[in-house]
Every structure is written in C-alpha cells, then in structure tokens.
Design a protein around this ligand. Sequence first.
Ligand code: ATP
Ligand code: MG
Length: 253
Amino acid sequence: MSSHTTAKPILEISGLSAHIGGQQVVEDVSFTVPATGITALLGRNGVGKTSTIKALIGLIDRTGRVELDGRRIDNEPTWKLIRRGVGYVPEDREVFSKLTVAENLRLAERDAHPRRQLVDELFPDLVKRSGQLAGTLSGGQQQMVSLARALLNDNKVLLIDEPTKGLAPKIVQEVAEALEQAAATVPILLVEQNLQVVRRLAGDAVVLSGGRVVHTGSALEFLDDADLTQRLLGVHADGEAETPAAAQEGAAR
Ligand SMILES: Nc1ncnc2c1ncn2[C@@H]1O[C@H](COP(=O)(O)OP(=O)(O)OP(=O)(O)O)[C@@H](O)[C@H]1O
Ligand SMILES: [Mg+2]
C-alpha cells in the first residue's frame, strides 16, 4: 500500500474538539485522509477514536474545521454532509435484525443508481442469504451487511469503526478482504485494533492518545517501530499483547 500520497486529501481535519458530558473527549485533533486507500485511526481503548468519527460528522457537538474534498462541512448538519458523500459504518453494526438482508440493503439506498453489482460481487454470501432475517446472521455476516449498506451509495469517503471486533480469525480475514476490495473504489478511514489487519490494509496511520493526535505517518513504519507501538498502543505490532489489559483485549477477539 502506498502512503503519503501527494494528491489533495479527501478529508482535512484541523483543530477538531468535542465534549461529552462535560469531559473533553476530542482535543484539537488535526489530520488528513488521502483520497485513495485506507488510513488507520489507532489508539488504546477509550482514547477517543469513535468520538473523533462522531465529531467529524456532527453526531456530537464539535468545534474546528472539517473539509470534505475541499469543501467545509463542519458547519453542516449530519444529514447534509452524509448526502455529500460520507458513509459511516458504526462500531456495533446496527443491522435491522427483524428485516431480511435484502430489506436491510434496500433501506440503505440513498442514490438513484445504487451500486448493486459492486455489492453483489463483493459479498456473494449475502446474495445467497438475501431472504434471511439479518438477526439470524453470524457476526461476520452482519458486518458484511453493514459494509454493504455503506458501499451501495456513491460515497467520497467511508468512516468504518472496528469492523473486525469480536469476529473469529477466519472471518476477520474475510472482512479484511472485503475492505481491501472496497478501498479500490472509495477511500476509507478505518478504526481497527487488529494490527495484522492494519498492516495488511493501511497506507497511513493516525494515532490518538487522550483525545489528541500523538503520531501520524506511514502505517508500516509505525507498526515496525516496536518502541512506539508499545508506548502508544501497549502492544507489539506482531499482535503479541504485552500488558495484562491488552492480553485480555487480544483474547476477546
Ligand atoms: N456517551 C458517553 N458518555 C460519557 N462518556 C463517554 C461517552 N462516549 C464516550 N465517552 C468517553 O469518551 C472517551 C472516548 O471514548 P471513545 O468511545 O471515543 O473511545 P474509543 O477510542 O473509540 O474507545 P474503544 O477502543 O473502547 O472503542 C472515553 O473516556 C469514554 O469513556
Ligand atoms: Mg470506539
């Protein structure tokens, strides 16, 4: 994967700050998302990765500047900037469990010409299961539905929060494969704690700690720096957990 593209970034974030319940959870965050490939948003549990994404799209009140493809979107309501082409795949998948796969997908169609063919090619398993209730799918299959919903629309960028969380290793690889193929069609900002997945997919990495950006640069260079990953993530980049907390986290995946 290439990193540090010189092309104009698709997202440019500067001085983004947000509070939840009186606590500042995003503090003066600035980074850019290149117009191609996958940018990883990394950091230990609770550092503000999800809050940064929610602040970006106005799901929580924020201050600061956000530009999508050169146009300011930080002063716009969420519905409007979503229509401008920001796709969001939240942390807990949020499929409609009592609706079929096909119904879930149809509800997500925003554009006049949804990318049905792309989605069918990326997720052949969902084509086979189109009549199945989404609540009866495995976690991995539900994640595929969630990704498919975002990919149906012609987005300028996708914000995807922990898509491999809680999935079996084999399914993690399937989701990674789908993300890799999706990234050929749309740039992605990806929150991901599985560093093997980050290594496989990401060009650039942005690392948060305590609501602030503490590192940006090539994802591979970051992962190859054992001291840095140990200090900022509490793990070695080969996936070996070092701290007890990280070990538990690893075991849960
Ligand atoms: N709804 C909320 N109410 C109160 N505090 C919250 C809420 N959501 C998040 N926080 C706090 O904001 C901080 C950042 O949380 P956030 O969920 O953004 O972190 P994260 O990096 O996504 O964590 P994780 O790795 O667990 O997904 C944490 O201290 C968290 O406790
Ligand atoms: Mg989170």
